[in-house]
Design a protein around this ligand. Structure first.
Ligand code: MEV
Length: 422
């Protein structure tokens, strides 16, 4: 039922269960609905209250394991949190097809993030720019004092960039480049840019406005590469079709968007399972895909001298293994353990490898038989659930729908009634 008002005074001060009771009351949730939601939310319990605000429960997403991956010479089992069927199966399938050539190989930049300081009110932006560079050693000192532990661990301030934007009036943008090591770094970098504000005003004579991290983390790129033998993937015809599909995505933003969405199916699922910020990674990936001025594909597909298919992926990877949900959420901790993660570098490599393999599987399916046959047989389980099937009924109903080539809820409901009536 529609609520009379969304103004609930003191809502944030209530306990999680009191908030749920209030919402149930205001929106007319039944006792059963409330109990089912509460039961589904129970496992994360109090932890959820500390992760964000106004919590009434949790949203549970399936947490599966991608098998068959060899990344930089080491076998690894990769947890993926996703509600989309076919995503994990596609990674398992694709990873198997590059095992004989050693799996996926990766490389990484340093873990540098960019913090931006917007300076306005300047008649002499280039002089202001010069003044900032004259004070680079004090900038370094101020930044490094904000996180002495990070400096002890080998991170901290690395560099200064100053750009003059061609706006009217001009905006000067100072970038501090900070090596965040095993942290994602948003808190550290945001503290640093805020701390610098007064001095920056003094040095430039301008007015400091925004002070915030940039999610275009192009100083923190990760690359993944894999070779798929032509004989394993269905021959030269399939290889060439995948290469043509890749070129389509490079040239056309409409296709590139879907192509990259598929890559992010894999990437975001690992980022989420590891308790990292999916939106930071997604924003960086899409901005990087548009860096030439035209939105394009994040991967490239080519043929090597032996006639094998090679794929490469490059994108920013602003993730960490300390801080945030990574250390607090029990599923994220479990994910780290399963992957045997001891550095943000390794996690970044795994995430990129999954993105590349995901793209391979999508292109292979799309360039050959299309995705619907494989997708529908997995999707049929979801449809069976939506139709009300329980327990063993789910699989039987899914098989019946696939056999009938009709994977739709109305059809599933009809068969379910027939099944139950014997
Ligand atoms: C669906 O979630 C992802 C795909 O559309 C990706 C692609 O088209 O490359 C299959």
């Amino acid at each position: 039922m529609p609520v009379n008002t969304s103004r609930i005074s003191g809502f944030h001060k209530l306990s999680r269960l009191e908030r749920l009771a209030k919402i149930a009351d205001l929106t007319g949730l039944s006792k059963e609905e409330k109990a089912a939601f509460s039961a589904a939310s129970a496992p994360l319990g109090e932890t959820a209250d500390h992760l964000c605000e106004n919590v009434i429960g949790t949203m549970n997403i399936p947490f599966g394991i991608a098998t068959n991956l060899i990344i930089d010479g080491e076998d690894v089992l990769v947890p993926m949190a996703t509600e989309e069927s076919s995503v994990i199966a596609a990674v398992c399938n694709g990873a198997r097809q590059c095992r004989d050539t050693g799996g996926i190989f990766t490389s990484k930049d340093e873990n540098c993030m960019i913090g931006q300081i917007q300076i306005s009110g300047l008649e002499n932006p280039f002089a202001a720019r010069a003044a900032l560079f004259e004070n680079i050693s004090e900038i370094k000192t101020i930044c490094d004092e904000c996180d002495t532990l990070l400096v002890q661990l080998g991170g901290g301030f690395r560099d200064l960039e100053v750009r003059v934007l061609d706006t009217n009036p001009p905006i000067v943008v100072a970038h501090i480049i900070v090596d965040c090591r095993d942290a994602m770094g948003a808190n550290t970098v945001n503290t640093m840019v805020e701390k610098l504000a007064d001095k920056v005003e003094q040095w430039t004579g301008g007015k400091v406005e925004l002070r915030i991290l940039s999610n275009l983390a192009d100083r923190r790129l990760v690359r993944a590469r894999a070779t798929f033998p032509a004989s394993t993937i269905g021959g030269a015809k399939t290889r060439d079709a995948i290469i043509r599909a890749g070129r389509f995505a490079v040239a056309d933003p409409y296709r590139a968007t879907t192509h990259n969405k598929g890559i992010m199916n894999g990437i975001s699922a690992v980022v989420l399972a590891s308790g990292n910020d999916t939106r930071a990674v997604e924003a960086g990936a899409h901005a990087y895909a548009a860096r030439s001025g035209q939105y394009s594909a994040l991967t490239r597909w080519e043929k090597d001298n032996e006639g094998n298919l090679t794929g490469t992926l490059e994108l920013p990877m602003p993730i960490g293994i300390v801080g945030g949900a990574t250390r607090v959420h029990p599923s994220a901790q479990m994910a780290m353990k399963i992957m045997n993660i001891s550095s943000a570098d390794r996690l970044a490599s795994i995430i990129a490898a999954v993105g590349l393999v995901q793209n391979f599987s999508a292109l292979k399916a799309l360039a050959t038989e299309g995705i619907q046959r494989g997708h529908m047989s997995l999707h049929a389980n979801n449809v069976a659930l939506a139709a009300g099937a329980v327990g063993a009924e789910i699989e039987i109903l899914a098989i019946k729908m696939v056999e009938a080539k009709n994977v739709r809820v109305e059809f599933a409901e009809q068969i379910l009634v027939e099944m139950r009536n014997g």
